[in-house]
Ligand binder design. Sequence first.
Ligand SMILES: [Zn+2]
Ligand SMILES: [Zn+2]
Length: 296
Amino acid sequence: MKLTRASKNGRPLLGAHMSIAGGLPRAVERGLRVDCTALQIFTKSSNQWKARELGEEEMAAFRAAVEESPIGFVVAHDSYLINLASPDEELWEKSVKAFILEIRRCADLGVPVLVLHPGAHKNTGEGAGLKRISRALNRAHSETSDCPVTTALETHAGQGTTLGHRFEHLRDILAGLNNPQRAAVCFDTCHVFAAGYPIHTDEGWNETLEAFDERVGLDRLACVHVNDSKKGLGCRVDRHAGLGQGEMGLLPFWHLVNDPRTRDLPMVLETPKGEDLAEDVVNLGILRSLAGGDRP
Ligand SMILES: [Zn+2]
Ligand SMILES: [Zn+2]
């Protein structure tokens, strides 16, 4: 499986998650302010079930803004409330329906990839939780067979009973899919480190990528979330930090933008920032200078 990536003007696909406050086209404007060539958005409020109806005009304006911009890759992130591993039948059903709506929104907006948190099993066991995620994805994929949208399972930090913090989890979810070509993986550097994979050393970086390739396959990678971690290796806590501001150092980010296995992937920051986006400028600058630069 190879996802098509449009790199406009041959520039690497680097960007950040941007707020859609004020309407979807505003996310593109924000991205352009910090020279993004990749962009991540929520297509709706991330902490509410309710989804504001999107008008045809707003959707067309978003598609046109992306089209006219140097942005070559857009990804959406699903709502934090969705739990496709939920043992509560009602919540599971609600989650699947909300997830299907998000896939449809992505199709309407011309967004080719929707990243999802795999879900939390709530003390009902990993195996049962993983099966519920596969079942949810099978239903979502079959009900959206007309939507050219890839669903990308995100590597997770492993907080509480959340799944996806072992590459084996992703392997097992993918193995349960009727249409595995509808699914991919989003590699979050902070989450992988927090889950205990030592990507902050040369050896650890290589071993982690090899383990990922063996269990999941590097060709399944749709995109990368580029985040440093406020907490240490194996902490199982999800706290993002600016690049070089956390516990990971700059080495994994140097590997990321130089290793032939990862350097061409679309990358988006999810690092803390203020309204003026100054931190995005700094972090994107770090990534651009690491690419082709000396080992830190
Ligand atoms: Zn992430
Ligand atoms: Zn996170």
